[in-house]
Design a protein around this ligand. Sequence first.
Ligand code: NAP
Length: 272
Amino acid sequence: MSNSFYHNKVVVITGGSSGIGLAVAKEFARRYARITIISRDIEKLKVAQSAIQKINGEIVVDIIAADVSLKEQITAAIDAVGIKSGTIDVLINCAGIAAHGRFADLTNEQFEKTLQVNYMGVVYASKAAWKYLKAAKGQLSFVSSVAGYLGLIGYSNYAPTKFAITGLAECLFYEGKDDNIRVSIIYPPDTDTPLLHNERQNTLPECLALSKNIEVKTPEEVAMIYIRGLQKNRFEIYCDFNSRLIRSFKNNLPKVFALATDMVIKKSRKSL
Ligand SMILES: NC(=O)c1ccc[n+]([C@@H]2O[C@H](COP(=O)([O-])OP(=O)(O)OC[C@H]3O[C@@H](n4cnc5c(N)ncnc54)[C@H](OP(=O)(O)O)[C@@H]3O)[C@@H](O)[C@H]2O)c1
């Protein structure tokens, strides 16, 4: 038995079948939480469920197949947890997708799809969970990205959806106080997951040059930092010094930042 912060707490994680979401679920399992993971592919969910239960065989892990971009599906999934458990203490909005490439080469449908999953999916899940979180004095959390405050060449499909989450979290940070909901947001840098592997197949060379000195994190590292930040009730959670530095450099010296970025892009083009 554990006496931890999240012992017996009802935790819902969208996108919990893979990558960062799965690693976060395992951290909650170590803390004896009652976990539900939600994503689309039931087979992936079953594999993830047994991986989480391997971490802690004493807890129950529930799985629900639902698409966060479909309002009725995700609302029903969240209500199913709330009704079954009588409460929801933590919602982690982690489900996300990305398409990469130059703006002119991406289709309108790709923009619509990413926005619908990455942003509206978060809105639907959070709205459905709000009343349970309010009753539980719970935690509502968002997985944004360094791309949630930094626009980069090749990221026009993905970054704006993560900027939108940054804005939403800032608004709800204040509204949450009125309803006793603690709001937080994490900004992971590049993390070694299937999403990053897919991304790397289409990443523009200029973008690779910009991120070449950035250390890729493991999902386990991100999850560990995340759960510590949640336990400490941090609003903004950064995974390393560079992620903080980039935000502060860009905010405080925007012209110098843009010049430096341009220089790296030009240099990378010369070596192509
Ligand atoms: N990896 C990185 O470098 C990185 C960096 C910063 C932020 N992030 C963010 O971290 C989050 C997790 O990404 P990851 O890297 O861990 O990717 P991942 O391994 O591909 O996991 C994505 C998860 O989201 C689920 N998902 C995707 N579309 C969904 C939908 N429409 N409805 C419900 N679930 C859906 C996936 O399951 P199904 O496909 O079965 O539905 C999967 O469980 C994302 O929000 C991503 O933007 C990632």
